[in-house]
Design a protein around this ligand. Structure first.
Ligand code: 4AD
Ligand code: MG
Length: 466
C-alpha cells in the first residue's frame, strides 16, 4: 500500500510496509518518508537501538528506503498515523553532501536546473499531481459529453496557423549536399496545432477532441510561452461561435471544479504558497483573491463576453494607471491586443475571465469564418487573470469560395491544403472549435507564475536539457 492509501484508510495497529524517499531524518529517530502518492510525509519512528549502525548511517535525505513496522495513531499534531519502524532496508543510498534537494526552500530557478530531481519537492509533486488530475478531467469531460478523441499527426506538411513558427523535420544532413529526396519527399515540420486534421474528423465523427504535444519556434522568452506544449482542441460539426464559447466556458469550469474536488490537499498547500508569493509583490500587483478563492470564483461565475470592437473602446477610454499608460498605445481599431491590454481588461476592468470575439480578419488565421461586415472574423479568445490568453478558437470558414479567397489573400497555398478545401466540397457544414493551452490551465489551477514550472521538462529558446 502507498502512503496515501494508508492515510485514507482507518486501520491502525496493523503491520505495514512502505517504500519511499527520505525527506528528513531527525534525532536519529524520526524519518519523514514520502513516496509521491500524496503531499503528506509518513513519519516513521525508529528505535535506534534495534537498527544496525551501518543502516542508520545511510538514512539520509534523498535515500530510497523500505520500512516495515506497525501503523499506529500518531501522538504528533497534524498527522493521523505514524509507523513504528521495526525494520529499515536501504534500497538506494544518497550522499547528503551531493544531493541537491536539501530540506529547505530552494528557488524555482535553482530547481529548474535540477529538473530530474525537483519532483521530490512538495511544490513540484503537488503541481504534477494537479496536472495529472486535470488531464484525467479533460478526457472525462469530453467522453461524458459525447466527444471522441482523435490522435492527429505530430509530423505535418502544413502550417495550420500560417504563422511560420515551425520546427523542420528532416533526415537530410545539412553538412552534406545530396540530391536524394528528403524522407517524406517533401518539407515536413512538427505540428503547431492539430486543428486542421481535427476538422476533417469532426466532419465524420461529429464531436472530436485532440490532446497532444504541439511545437512552436516562436522566440518569445516569456513566462507564458513554451516551444513544446500540450494543447487540447475540440472541434464540433454543426455548431457556431456561440456554441463554441459556451463549450469553452463549460469545459474550463468543469475541469477546474474537478480538481477543486479531487486535489484538496495539494491545492490547499499551493494556496498557502500562492499567498506567500503574492505577499512579496507590491500592493498593486497582488491578486485580489487567494488561489482557492479564485478557482471557486471562476467555476461559479459567468465569463464576460465582449466583442473586439467593444474591448478596444474600453481600452481607449481607460487609464490603466494614473502615472503610467500602456506601453503599446491603443491607437485604433485593428491593432493586435498586447498582453498588457488583455490583463487590464481581465484584471482591472472586468475582474473575471473574459471572452473577446469577432476580431479583425487581418490579425487572425486564414480558416476563420468571415462576418458579413467583411472586416471581422468569428474568432474568440478566452482571457484569464494572471495568465492572459488561455484559449484561442473560432467558427471555421465553411464556404469554399470565401475560404479560397482568404487563402489567396494570406498567401496560403491551396495545393498543399487540397484536402482541407475538399471538406468544403463534400458535405460542408458549419463547424467550430478551439485550442486550450494545457500548461496555461495548469498555471492557473496551481497559482504558479512561470510556465516552466508546470511541465516536467520545459523546452524554451536555448534550453533543451534532460
Ligand atoms: O491561439 P492558438 O495559436 O490557436 C490555435 O492553435 C488554434 N489552431 C486552436 C483551435 O482553434 N483549434 O493557440 C491555442 C492556445 C492559446 O490560447 C494558448 O493557451 C496556447 O494554445 N499556446 C501556448 N501555450 C504555451 N506556449 C506557447 N508558445 C503557446 N502558444 C499558444
Ligand atoms: Mg491565439
Amino acid at each position: 500500500m502507498n502512503i496515501r492509501q494508508l492515510f485514507l484508510g482507518d486501520e491502525p495497529n496493523q503491520e505495514v510496509c512502505v517504500r519511499g524517499w527520505v525527506r528528513t531524518f531527525r534525532a536519529n529517530r524520526f524519518i519523514a518518508l514520502n513516496d509521491g502518492s500524496c503531499l503528506a510525509n509518513m513519519q516513521c519512528v525508529v528505535d535506534f537501538e534495534q537498527i544496525p549502525e551501518d543502516v542508520l548511517a545511510e538514512i539520509n535525505t534523498g535515500a530510497a528506503v523500505e520500512i516495515t513496522g506497525n501503523l499506529v495513531e500518531s501522538q504528533g499534531k497534524g498527522q493521523k498515523f505514524e509507523i513504528r519502524a521495526r525494520n529499515v532496508i536501504i534500497l538506494g543510498t544518497s550522499n547528503p553532501d551531493e544531493y541537491p534537494i536539501q530540506p529547505k526552500k530552494h528557488s524555482l530557478e535553482f530547481l529548474r536546473e535540477k529538473a530530474h530531481l525537483r519532483i521530490r519537492t512538495n511544490t513540484f509533486a503537488a503541481v504534477m499531481r494537479v496536472r495529472a488530475t486535470l488531464s484525467f478531467a479533460v478526457h472525462q469531460y469530453f467522453t461524458q459529453n459525447g466527444f471522441y478523441q482523435v490522435h492527429t499527426p505530430i509530423i505535418t506538411g502544413s502550417d495550420a496557423e500560417g504563422a511560420g513558427e515551425m520546427f523542420r523535420v528532416t533526415t537530410k544532413n545539412p553538412e552534406q549536399a545530396d540530391d536524394k529526396p528528403d524522407f517524406f519527399g517533401k518539407e515536413t515540420n512538427l505540428t503547431v496545432s492539430g486543428q486542421l486534421e481535427a476538422e476533417t474528423y469532426a466532419m465524420g465523427l461529429g464531436k472530436v477532441y485532440t490532446f497532444g504535444p504541439t511545437f512552436r519556434a516562436e522566440n518569445s522568452n516569456t513566462s507564458r510561452h513554451l516551444a513544446e506544449f500540450w494543447m487540447i482542441e475540440p472541434e464540433v460539426a454543426f455548431s457556431d461561435l456561440n456554441d463554441n464559447m459556451d463549450l469553452a466556458e463549460d469545459f474550463i469550469k468543469s475541469v477546474l471544479a474537478y480538481v477543486l474536488e479531487h486535489c484538496k490537499e495539494d491545492l490547499s498547500f499551493l494556496n498557502q504558497r500562492f499567498a506567500q508569493e503574492e505577499a512579496k509583490k507590491p500592493q498593486i500587483e497582488r491578486s485580489s483573491m487567494g488561489l482557492l478563492e479564485r478557482l471557486q470564483f471562476v467555476t461559479q461565475n459567468e465569463f464576460k463576453r465582449v466583442s473586439y470592437t467593444e474591448a478596444v473602446d474600453i481600452l481607449r477610454n481607460s487609464k490603466p494607471n494614473k502615472k503610467k499608460k500602456f506601453k503599446y498605445s491603443v491607437d485604433g481599431w485593428g491593432i493586435d491586443l498586447q498582453s498588457e491590454h488583455e490583463r487590464y481588461l481581465v484584471e482591472k476592468h472586468f475582474t473575471c475571465p473574459v471572452i473577446i470575439f469577432d476580431y479583425p480578419a487581418e490579425i487572425k488565421a486564414f480558416y476563420m469564418r468571415m462576418n458579413d461586415d467583411g472586416k471581422t472574423v468569428r474568432a474568440m479568445d478566452v482571457l484569464f487573470p494572471g495568465v492572459g490568453e488561455i484559449v484561442g478558437g473560432s467558427q471555421r470558414e465553411e464556404r469554399l469560395d470565401k475560404l479560397v479567397e482568404r487563402m489567396k489573400a494570406m498567401d496560403i497555398h491551396e495545393k498543399e491544403l487540397w484536402w482541407y478545401t475538399d471538406l468544403r466540397r463534400f458535405g460542408t457544414a458549419e463547424h467550430a472549435g478551439f485550442g486550450l493551452g494545457f500548461e496555461r490551465l495548469v498555471l492557473y489551477a496551481t497559482g504558479m507564475s512561470n510556465i516552466r514550472d508546470v511541465i516536467p521538462y520545459p523546452r524554451t529558446p536555448l534550453s533543451a536539457e534532460f
